[in-house]
Ligand binder design. Structure first.
Ligand code: ZN
Ligand code: ZN
Length: 388
């Protein structure tokens, strides 16, 4: 079968293989033919592994422990597809041949303290398919049946077309973060105007945030210049943002000051809930400055390396701020809430999300073009499809 593999952790890029052996189905597994998969920030991190030491260490944790003992894996974890084989012990109530499905790709152990107390998403022994184990940038992927999210139960392809079904995993991160922030009736600042920031904007608006601020940092030398960021901000407004700020003082003089002035004028002298979705070091300081005393900062972005500059005394202790890490999706509360939100046409969420999906899909074999479109910010969410 076709598959994209990370061959080694000392070089950037992936390798396309046209004749990878198909994965074997255990008796509690299902085999899924991938209809569409989606490129995520994590995949980009794995792609550019030489500049992501944290990602490399994470990948090695459950795979050899050192770069020379690493076993190449198939990457990719956001996808949807059709069940083509079902293990003998799988309950047909759960999933059956031909069902249109996606899967939670975080595999929890089921026996650790977290798993046994309703917190499977932070299982102590978690393994992530596409990061530690073989993933979904392939023609077929095998997952435990208990991880399958059966989209037939939520209206099937008609309600959740593959172009949306392909990134429910990522949307689930945004839904999880916004829900943990209890944003109804509150002011919200979202740091990072990438896929997560945009999705969180749409979800926060749907869930009743009062005013939504979104920020990002334009990079005139890189691929995210003022104009591209301006286009992103336009999308953010369509998705529900009230205010958009470029925090690059040189590229956008005065905007940073306006951001802090405006946020400082909110009731209570700051923002109720800050969602950090960029992983960029300066954003953590911004979060600390923006949040009001007694407010909440939710952390979804993952910094490339340990932070050197966050002032815990000033921004957490003195302000009585709650800091909260968000990992993955609650199994399966987040999935159910997300699919219910999507099922209601009244929320308008589906139509909003449609604006961030690139109209062009890229064949798996041309993955380099796809990754370049995402890296250069030409596309927010881009789908890869196995070539026919
Ligand atoms: Zn992802
Ligand atoms: Zn566990």
């Amino acid at each position: 079968m076709q598959a994209l593999k990370k061959e080694n952790l000392t070089e950037d890029g992936f390798r396309f293989s046209a004749n990878e052996p198909e994965p074997q189905v255990g008796h509690r597994d299902v085999k899924i033919r991938v209809v569409a998969a989606s490129i995520c920030g994590t995949d980009q991190g794995i792609y550019q592994i030489t500049s992501k030491p944290g990602m490399r260490d994470e990948m090695l944790l459950h795979n050899g422990g050192a770069v020379d003992r690493y076993r190449p894996i198939i990457v990719g974890h956001e996808f949807c597809g059709e069940v083509v084989e079902v293990g003998e012990d799988v309950d047909s109530e759960l999933v059956a041949l031909g069902d249109y499905v996606t899967s939670e790709m975080h595999i929890s152990c089921g026996h650790c303290q977290q798993c046994r107390t309703g917190q499977r998403h932070i299982c102590k022994n978690i393994r992530v398919k596409g990061l530690h184990l073989d993933g979904a940038f392939a023609e077929y992927v095998v997952t435990p049946a208990e991880n399958v999210v059966n989209l037939e139960r939520f209206g099937g392809r008609e309600a959740i077309p593959p172009r949306l079904g392909a990134f429910l995993d990522a949307l689930g991160n945004a839904v999880h973060t916004v829900m943990e922030g209890n944003v109804a009736g509150k002011t919200v600042a979202i740091l990072g105007c990438g896929a997560q920031g945009l999705m969180a904007t749409a979800v926060a608006r749907t869930l009743g945030a009062t005013r939504i601020y979104i920020t990002d940092f334009s990079n005139p030398d890189g691929s995210f210049d003022k104009q591209k960021l301006g286009e992103r901000f336009e999308t953010a407004r369509q998705l529900g943002a009230d205010f958009c700020f470029d925090t690059n003082e040189e590229a956008a003089p005065g905007q940073q000051k306006e951001l802090f002035d405006r946020a400082g004028d909110e009731h209570g002298g700051g923002i109720d809930v800050v969602l950090e979705m960029s992983g960029a070091e300066p954003a953590y300081g911004d979060a600390g400055r923006l949040v009001k005393n007694g407010g909440h900062i939710l952390l979804l972005g993952i910094p490339a390396r340990p932070l050197r500059s966050f002032d815990f005394g000033k921004y957490a202790v003195w302000k009585g701020v709650t800091l909260r890490g968000i990992f993955g999706r609650r199994m399966f509360e987040t999935w159910h809430a997300m699919l219910d939100l999507l099922a209601s046409e009244k929320t308008g969420l589906k139509a909003k999300l449609d604006k961030i999906i690139s109209p062009e899909t890229v064949p798996l074999s041309e993955f380099e073009r796809g990754f370049e479109m995402v890296r250069s910010h030409e596309a927010v969410k881009l789908l890869l499809v196995p070539s026919s």
